[in-house]
Write a protein that binds this ligand. Structure first.
Ligand code: SF4
Length: 212
């Protein structure tokens, strides 16, 4: 594990909820906009027993726990951790790059699945079969680095008929790359069935703050 802390969830449809964050170490991707590069090396974290993590989450007693990374699904024991967390009395979210299959995750986990754009440098890693696995409670997140990423995302949403069912699509401007007002204008102009989201924690604590 790279770090564990309490804050408010800054993204997703559960933004604003008090949350315990569990950030696992290690990620095989290298997104151009990664805001947690320190958690990319596998050896950036330390081993913590799952019992200890679950005990801490239970004591923190927040309405939400988020397992993120790095790429959590690159960790062998992630499923076991998710299963144990799912037995607690709180929402459990998993944020994943979309580069791994979500088919065998424990029931009840709310999956936030990234779709990587060309601007991320990692779009070839998208496991598109994940889209068919998504159910109510899950979300698709697309980080945009500019207008060409937006147009790519717009076409992707249309091609895969996303956004109007139970699974929302959240468009997130890469911090410093796309102005929020600009993205709003694009969304309105195209009547896109997607919502924009801002990284609330960065607006509150600044883009360089860690552990918040
Ligand atoms: S998947 Fe996430 S942690 Fe990995 S490089 Fe991309 S943004 Fe960073």
């Amino acid at each position: 594990m790279y770090e564990m802390y309490d804050s408010v969830q800054g993204e997703s449809t559960l933004a604003g909820l008090p949350c315990t964050f569990i950030r696992l170490a290690g990620c095989p991707l290298r997104c151009t906009y990664c805001d947690t590069p320190k958690a990319i090396p596998t050896d950036s974290g330390q081993w913590v027993d799952i019992d200890e993590i679950v005990k801490q989450v239970s004591e923190n007693n927040r309405p939400l726990v988020l397992v993120t990374g790095g790429e959590p699904l690159a960790q062998r024991h992630c499923n076991t951790l998710l299963k144990r967390l799912s037995e607690l009395n709180c929402f459990v979210q998993l944020e994943t790059s979309g580069a791994y299959s979500i088919a065998s995750l424990p029931a009840g986990i709310r999956r936030i699945v990234d779709i990587k754009t060309p601007g991320s440098g990692e779009s070839q890693r998208n496991q598109l079969q994940n889209i068919g696995q998504l159910v109510a409670g899950d979300e698709i997140k697309i980080v945009l680095t500019g207008r060409s990423d937006y147009e790519w995302a717009r076409d992707f949403i249309s091609e895969h008929q996303l956004g109007l069912g139970d699974v929302p699509v959240l468009l997130s401007p890469a911090w410093g790359d796309v102005a929020a007002s600009e993205l709003c204008e694009w969304l309105l102009e195209d009547r896109l069935p997607a919502r924009m989201q801002m990284q609330m924690h960065k607006m509150i604590w600044g883009s360089e703050a860690e552990g918040v």
